[in-house]
Design a protein around this ligand. Sequence first.
Ligand code: 3NM
Length: 207
Amino acid sequence: MSFSIKQILRKYFIMGSQNCNRNPAEILEEAVKAGITAFQFREKGDGCLAGEAKLNLGKQLRAICQRADIPFIVNDDIELVDLLDADGIHVGQDDIPVESVRKLFPNKIVGLSVSNAKELAISPIDLVDYVGAGPIFDTTTKLDAKEAVGLEWITNLRREFTKLPIVGIGGITTENATSVIESGADGVSVISAITAAPDIKRAVTLL
Ligand code: 3NM
């Protein structure tokens, strides 16, 4: 697989079974066909799967990405990265420290969520391949999401880090995705804009 990080961030779909009101594998298949550029398996939050059930769903979703040559990234689960031979791992500020993640996976994609200047100040940006910036807009998908930081957060990050791959997250829709890119992000990461879309092909095309 060959890809540039900036390219794969363009339409970055994130999902776990808790986000789906129908078969997650079907949703991912449709999203892949519609043109997503990366996928993150994020089995987290109310009603999520654990243990064997999580692993089994992960295997299914991993296989879909493998067939389509779409990077498969695991959210905050070191064991699963190995078990599924994922292409990368995404962590938040309260998850496993980036320093440990980078040591464990020197050659995998490592992403980190950075929500504000305080978090940025304590983040080892030089160790990550990309940052997830947000929540840009209000979101109801993640119950413990921080306060929306707005497009200025993207503008600020881009001003400080001219080359850093940046993906916006949180409340991004087909209507506001362009504003995120125009503010300097390389891409948009979305959950509900795809999982809840009446027409996934249309949604991904418009992102
Ligand atoms: N992380 P939707 S916001 C998983 O700010 C996640 O770090 C966020 O879902 C962060 O696209 C979020 O439906 C939820 O708003 C994104």
